[in-house]
Design a protein around this ligand. Structure first.
Ligand code: A3P
Length: 283
């Protein structure tokens, strides 16, 4: 059970991220044209990856997360000759400093933390790489304490939010993507400096719909090289409901109150959320 998890810099990681790899990451050699795909788990990482891959078509390699694997990972990434799209769940402080020095472009995807918690709860239950969880009530307590893989949602978000004015980082909201995907795809392509036509955008949106992605995954054999989450190699575990507001089916009024108290306390200084009024509106 607990053997599935170890802590590094105080943050819980699964044993699929070896301590040796985590230790070596700070010396990681970034390239100026690397693109980072950053998220707290269950925020829509696979969705975003699917879109970016299509914006670039064949000329890029979507790698597995930088923190996934053992020390050989560094060499594997060094050996790639094509442009690299690198997913990661690392918080800003743990991001290899070379990415910061070279000002690599990064996407940070945010999802309503209540839906994120629910998604993560189901993931814990289905994923053999994660500890067993007795109930939703127990899980929610762990989530609020930051006692889950990748640590506290609040701390993760806040560590990246501090860099909201960095020109190389684009913040995207899961809820915006659900509401109006073409606009988000357009914004992404402009940020990447890639020209795509409206009909290409339309096609990208069709190919990255939840139904399309879920049915594609059911047809394929699990290939660990294709997962963009450090927590599983089984893509079939990723596509559950893909909805906004599923938290309403899980939270009791008391749990909701507890969550909001914590949210308001922690997010007091979050200008990004205040100005967008996004998450608080759905909260
Ligand atoms: P649910 O568990 O709520 O269904 P990640 O990729 O970061 O692990 O996030 C997984 C969550 O994103 C899952 O949420 C999954 O269903 C949802 N998701 C994946 N692809 C999606 C898509 N094309 N549209 C909407 N949601 C998607």
């Amino acid at each position: 059970q607990t053997a599935l998890i170890h802590r590094f810099n105080g943050i819980p990681f699964t044993t699929r991220s070896s301590p040796d790899l985590l230790k070596s990451l700070d010396a990681f050699d970034a390239r100026e044209d690397d693109i980072l795909l950053v998220s707290y788990p269950k925020s829509g990482t696979h969705w975003l990856a699917q879109i970016i891959k299509q914006i670039y078509t064949p000329k890029v390699t979507l790698t597995s997360p930088i923190e996934f694997g053992d020390i050989s990972k560094v060499e594997e990434l060094n050996n790639l000759s094509s442009k690299r799209i690198i997913p990661t769940h690392l918080d800003y402080n743990m991001l290899p400093s070379n990415f910061k020095v070279k000002q690599c472009k990064a996407f940070y995807i945010i999802r309503n933390p209540k839906d994120t918690a629910v998604s993560m709860y189901h993931y814990y239950r289905d994923n053999p790489n994660l500890p067993t969880i007795d109930s939703w009530t127990v899980f929610l307590q762990l989530f609020l304490r930051g006692d889950v893989v990748c640590g506290s949602w609040f701390d993760h978000f806040l560590s990246w939010e501090e860099h909201k004015n960095d020109r190389n980082i684009l913040f995207l909201f899961y809820e915006d993507m659900k509401k109006d995907l073409p606009t988000v795809v357009k914004k992404m392509s402009v940020f990447l400096g890639v020209n795509i036509s409206d009909s290409e955008i339309k096609e990208i949106c069709e190919k990255s719909s939840f139904t399309e992605m879920k049915s594609n995954v059911e047809k394929e054999n699990s290939d660990p090289n294709h997962t963009v989450c450090a927590l599983t190699s089984n893509r079939k575990l990723i596509f559950r409901k893909g909805a906004v507001g599923d938290w309403k089916n899980h939270f009791t009024p008391k749990q909701n109150k507890m969550f909001e108290e914590m949210f308001n306390k922690k997010m007091k200084l979050s200008e990004l959320l205040a100005s967008k009024q996004k998450l608080s509106k759905t909260l």
